[in-house]
Design a protein around this ligand. Sequence first.
Ligand code: C2G
Length: 447
Amino acid sequence: MKKVITYGTYDLLHHGHIRLLERAKALGDYLIVGVTADSFDQARGKLNVEQSLMDRIEAVRATGLADEIIVEEYEGQKIDDIQRYGVDIFAIGSDWLGKFDYLKEYCEVVYLDRTQGISSTDLRAKEHQLRLGLVGESPIMNKFEHESQFVNGLTISGVCSDHTRHLSETLKQQAMPMSELDSLLSKSDAIYIISNTRYHYDHISRALEHGCHVLCESPITINSEQLKQLRAMAAERNLMLVDSLKTAYSMAYYRLILLAKSGIIGRVVSVDATCTSMANLEMSDEHDMNYLWNSIDAWGPTAMMPIFQLLGTDYCSKTVTTHLLEGRPDFDAFTKIAFVYPHAVASLKVGQGVKSEGSLVISGTKGYIYVPAPWWKTDYFEVRYENSAENRRHFYQLDGEGIRYMLVSFLKAIQTGRHINYLDQTVSDAIVKVISDFYRKEKIIFI
Ligand code: C2G
């Protein structure tokens, strides 16, 4: 009996896939089809797969062409499968020409002509095209422009900015002043906002009025009342209003939160997060300073996220200590917040112009999780115990600082009308509440 094997994602199964399976089957007597696991697709940069693994397997099964279906989970598995199943022929589409010649050592390798004019990518893009406008004054917009290339169906519709010095040449060419925001909104389906937090409310409400979905750099606003209004506006119009907090979308970060919640370090008793950066305050002129984010705005949301995700948002008390920049009553260069919960504590330190070790430590009754600096770009963490032989290291690939995963998730949320909970709304609201209190200068210790 001649055994043939072939592999694929088979997202939105189409006649190109079916023709390939038919020809692969005709090469022998028994066809094994390897369907890629979601984590393997993610690792190889295929981020936009729409259907779940089960749905994709089901679609392949329904063709009646596969005698056996297996799951492809890791790089290098093909060699193992070929040997394990005693495969005679490996078949794949000609878009992979030459890429699998290394398998010739184990079996015959056949490249079959790819069917022209159809692909899962086209099908996905046709279904949903999203025009994303960029709004604000930050070099991070360059990263969004770059990362949008990895997201099928997403195009940048334009840029509104009053401070274009840090923008890439491509963005500079499309940039219009903030006074023309309405014209950007009218050619966009959604916008990404990274204007100074003082302007978020105005920019978000105008976007929602125009029927645009919003992805806004956290905090969404610096005033809890305004946040309530914006949430109501978004709900009324069936529009997404989502925090842009890229750390939430890092696989390593997401997994470490799940691990901590699963009890791997016992009961969590302390979460300590530090995030700092050098804002180059001496170099900044008056115009720059207008757009520069202070510590609590720039880093507060990121640092509060693990605290609220692990300990909840019902803290009993918080003590805020801050250091304001001389002559700038609204610019904190450093802020420390200590939270007390009924059975736990937490602390955060944020600095913009003050530098410290940017690590995250989650302490528990059995052990602790340590994420080295810069933890907000998590790709690695350690679970540590008293007995170091039990320590475990975890590594997950992080591409584009998490921005591309966040864009994919935002797109999916718009398509499905359902926001996947990388960042719970209660956490987002609690972040705004702390920042709102900060600006009301409630019970703050100044140093
Ligand atoms: N295919 C085709 N014609 C098309 C589209 C796809 O012949 N118009 C073939 C591909 O060449 C591949 C199979 O259908 O052999 C599955 O395609 P995808 O679902 O796009 O999967 P792919 O990313 O090619 O996965 O490690 C190799 C992968 O597992 C192959």
